[in-house]
Design a protein around this ligand. Structure first.
Ligand SMILES: [Zn+2]
Length: 91
């Protein structure tokens, strides 16, 4: 599906890595176009469920932006392993 106009191009094969939308003329990288469509659908579903998505304030990629949809850190805060987790068990 063209991420620019929504037209479905059913003639594409897996070998087509780049394509031009026959409806609107937008040129796409297959993976980037798919990622755009997946992101849009994910945001639509979250919005439908009333979940507010906070956009990252930097240009970093998802996962490194720091905040997830719940407003919590996207990555777990690093911490020292407990003493009993640091033991090496030999069988
Ligand atoms: Zn299009």
């Amino acid at each position: 599906m063209c991420s620019a106009c929504g037209a479905v191009n059913s003639t594409l094969t897996l070998a087509d890595r780049h394509w031009t939308c026959p409806s609107c003329g937008a040129m796409h990288d297959r993976d980037v176009n798919a990622a755009t469509n997946i992101k849009r659908e994910g945001l639509r579903i979250l919005s439908e469920k009333g979940i507010k998505v906070i956009k990252p304030t930097t240009n970093s990629t998802a996962g490194t932006a720091g905040i997830n949809a719940s407003g919590n850190p996207a990555r777990p805060v690093p911490s020292m392993a407990r003493v009993d987790e640091r033991r090496i068990h030999v069988l």
